[in-house]
Design a protein. Structure first.
Length: 103
């Protein structure tokens, strides 16, 4: 950054410090946009997509012999949300509601 501010081109500065031109360009873009060399945040917490609908999931799964596909269809019908079957399965497990049918 200092070399570019002193008058070098980005390409010259990249060669001087043995970094790729692409990396130098991206670094200078970040400095122009944010005013800092600090890297952007990576990752973070995402709230589970079914969290707002836990009451409905409990209602659907509570003591009924219902399949994940039927729960998916009911979620789609009632709230307009069609999550993947594995998403439903994992959320039910998180709630302590297992969907394995009894014999």
């Amino acid at each position: 950054m200092a070399a570019v501010e002193e008058g070098s081109s980005i390409r010259q500065a990249a060669g001087r410090y043995s970094v790729s031109v692409s990396a130098a360009i991206k670094l200078m873009r970040r400095v122009r946009e944010t005013g800092s060399l600090k890297p952007a945040q990576v990752g973070g917490y995402r709230r589970p997509i079914l969290e707002p609908h836990e009451a409905l999931l409990r209602e659907l799964a509570d003591g009924q012999d219902i399949t994940l596909a039927e729960i998916q269809a009911e979620l789609s019908r009632r709230v307009g949300l069609t999550p993947d079957l594995s998403t439903i399965h994992h959320h039910l497990r998180r709630l302590g509601l297992r969907r394995k049918k009894s014999r």
